[in-house]
Design a protein around this ligand. Structure first.
Ligand code: ZN
Length: 339
């Protein structure tokens, strides 16, 4: 009961990449970088296990960013000539690569991290990929000329990698779709269908993570404009509830999401965000257990997985580690309280 996990990313060590940044530069190149990525992946798993988490991941140590880590391995994309683009409905500007030709996977994307993680932990392993709709919102299209077509083209490639990850021994493949909270109508109209295409044929657990973004300034400012009640999930969850996706990861603690919206996911596993990624203040186990208690009013206990609101990548490492420990201790307290 209350198995704990992280949304996906963790801060990278200073010897691997720049710290406290969303798009950090690597500290090395070539073989030295590959070794550093391996070392950081192992360390990340060890730190999650030591914190007491029940489900672990690679901490996204081997990718610069959760979207570009995948896109880098796709042929038909010009990664050399990035262009500035307003993303997430122009919330902030990013330098994004351009789609210039039909898309094709150049080969495996995450084989190294997945196999390394599988070989070094006995715990259930969750692995994250960006969702098709969020990728479409993080690249400049100069070829397809149609968002839906482009999303399904990416979904096919994601499906190839997801099946390979399953063969590597991954227990849960999660697709990250923060764009679902920005383009709610599109998400319900075709985003969920593209997501299902990406997950097609998988027999391991499948999950989707939908959040209000990393704890960066642009996101914090945006959240201030969303009013007293954040009801974005209300438009997307009914489509997800009908989908074949098994688990949904959502924001809860310190958000203005009405907790009753979780009831729209009846029958699904819900990864409830009980750790705030926009604050460096470490939650107490009591606060974590309280949040679990609130979620229990709307989510059956066997379906409730305490999680972080989003990735912890841009945070100081020591803070992130303390938050992982708070997550595990809070879940342990909740098991006592709500047994
Ligand atoms: Zn997130």
């Amino acid at each position: 009961m209350f198995e704990t996990c992280i949304a996906g990313s963790l801060p990278k060590p200073g010897w691997l990449a720049e710290t406290d940044k969303l798009w950090p530069q690597w500290r090395a190149s070539g073989a030295a970088l590959e070794t550093a990525k391996r070392d950081a992946t192992l360390l990340s798993i060890k730190e999650q296990e030591d914190a007491g988490l029940d489900i672990v991941g690679d901490g996204e140590q081997a990718r610069q960013h959760f979207v570009h880590g995948f896109v880098e391995r796709v042929e038909g994309i010009d990664f050399e000539h990035k262009v500035p683009m307003g993303i997430r409905d122009n919330r902030y500007e990013a330098m994004v690569p351009q789609v210039v030709a039909p898309l094709r996977l150049a080969g495996r994307v995450h084989a190294m991290e997945a196999r390394l993680a599988r070989a070094h932990t006995k715990k259930p392993l969750k692995f994250t990929l960006p969702g098709p709709m969020t990728i479409v919102d993080t690249v400049a299209d100069r070829h397809y000329g149609d968002k839906v077509k482009l999303a399904f083209a990416f979904a096919e490639l994601l499906n190839q990698e997801a099946r390979a990850l399953q063969a590597d021994g991954v227990d849960i493949v999660q697709f990250d779709e923060p764009a679902f909270n920005v383009y709610m109508k599109d998400a319900a109209d075709w985003g969920v269908a593209a997501l299902e295409r990406a997950a097609q044929g998988l027999t391991c657990k499948t999950a989707v993570h939908i959040c209000y973004g990393y704890g960066i300034e642009a996101n914090i400012a945006w959240k201030r404009t969303l009013g007293e009640q954040w009801r974005q999930y209300e438009q997307v969850f009914p489509a997800l509830a009908k989908s074949r996706i098994d688990q949904v990861s959502l924001e809860c603690y310190h958000s203005h999401v009405p907790a009753e919206l979780m009831a729209l996911l009846a029958g699904k596993d819900v990864m409830v965000g009980v750790i705030d990624v926009a604050s460096e203040q470490v939650e107490t186990p009591e606060e974590v257990a309280d949040t679990i208690g609130r979620a229990l009013q709307f989510v059956a206990r066997e379906h409730l997985f305490p999680c972080t609101n989003c990735g912890l990548a841009p945070m100081p490492r020591a803070v992130a580690q303390a938050k992982l420990e708070a997550l595990a201790r809070g879940a342990a307290l909740a098991r006592q309280r709500y047994a």
